[in-house]
Ligand binder design. Structure first.
Ligand SMILES: [Zn+2]
Length: 308
């Protein structure tokens, strides 16, 4: 009983300590990044690879404008070296409060680890006036720019620059990975453009105005939203009126992202439009686990729906 175990034990222990010795410092040095949405987590992993550990605060299946704050989010932010966010007030419902409580100066607004990927994005639909009547959840213009793959390249660049600022020793590594990821998107963008030809000029109704950048990229035209205003849910009077207008204009498509299906399904039934539940973020539909798959899914499923 003793013999085999005791004879092998010193060797096993030696191997184990060697493994720890090799893995330990590298693991300890990983840059801890917290992102607000899974899209940013996927892209951060492509830039930081084995030198980062990445957590997303949200899963991509819920309405980003009404994310519930959880204690686990505070502890993630408390230990983080960097926070990567979309900005343009997309995370307004939860991030400012979390950063306050986390009290981590590295990732506080303006801190060296505060990486806002909207730098350089020209927001669509800037508000003319700020009033609650028009909905107040897009106060700095439309923040849903993650759905334009050309802006996906800008997101990647902002992440690489942001990580390099605080971790200059890895700059060459991040920039090399950025170049590879940008090249991958550059290879795919013409294919998506070609596959999305059928979307050009298509009018559609969206639950919330979250497809604006995707629509602009592929020539789709927003006919209306099921929400009566940004962040203000569908009212019966608004829906009755919208259905009438959609019928008269023969609008062929209704999409809804992270919102309940009842109203979009009903509107599609009453108007004869196709109805598509769309992922708005990575993780928004089963199998959509990377940013590239997210754009793929949208192009493929929307094209199929309007081609029927
Ligand atoms: Zn929104």
């Amino acid at each position: 009983m003793t013999s085999t175990f005791t004879r092998q034990w010193p060797r096993a222990a030696f191997t184990l300590s060697l493994v720890l010795l090799l893995a330990g410092p590298a693991a300890a040095q990983k840059i801890r990044v917290v992102t607000t949405i899974p899209d940013l987590a996927d892209i951060t992993r492509r830039i930081g690879k084995e030198r980062v550990s990445v957590h997303s605060l949200t899963l991509g299946v819920r309405d980003i404008h009404s994310v519930q704050v959880k204690p686990s989010m505070v502890s993630l932010l408390n230990r983080a070296d960097a926070v990567v966010l979309m900005g343009l007030s997309l995370e307004h419902a939860f991030l400012p409060a979390l950063l306050d409580v986390a009290a981590n100066p590295r990732i506080a607004r303006g801190g060296i680890g505060y990486i806002d990927t909207s730098t350089g994005v020209v927001p669509l639909k800037p508000p003319k006036t700020l009033s609650r009547k028009g909905g107040d959840i897009h106060p700095r213009g439309n923040p849903h720019y993650n759905l334009d793959p050309v802006l996906g390249k800008l997101i990647a660049r902002n992440i690489a620059e942001g990580l390099s600022k605080a971790h200059g020793e890895h700059r060459a590594f991040f920039m090399k990975n950025l170049q590879a990821y940008t090249a991958e998107l550059d290879r795919r963008i013409p294919g998506w453009q070609k596959a999305a030809r059928g979307l050009d000029g298509v009018r559609f109704v969206s639950y919330h105005d979250d497809m604006a950048y995707f629509a602009k990229r592929y020539g789709m035209r927003l006919f209306g939203t099921l929400e009566s205003a940004a962040g203000i849910g569908p009212t019966p009077a608004h829906i009755v009126q919208l259905v009438e207008r959609m019928k008269a204009a023969r609008v062929p498509l209704v999409v809804y992202g992270t919102y309940p299906s009842r109203v979009p399904q009903r509107v599609a039934r009453e108007t004869g439009a196709a109805v598509v539940p769309v992922p708005l973020y990575v993780g928004g539909r089963p199998g959509v686990d990377t940013y590239v798959k997210l754009i793929d899914y949208l192009v493929t499923h929307l094209s199929k729906a309007v081609a029927r």
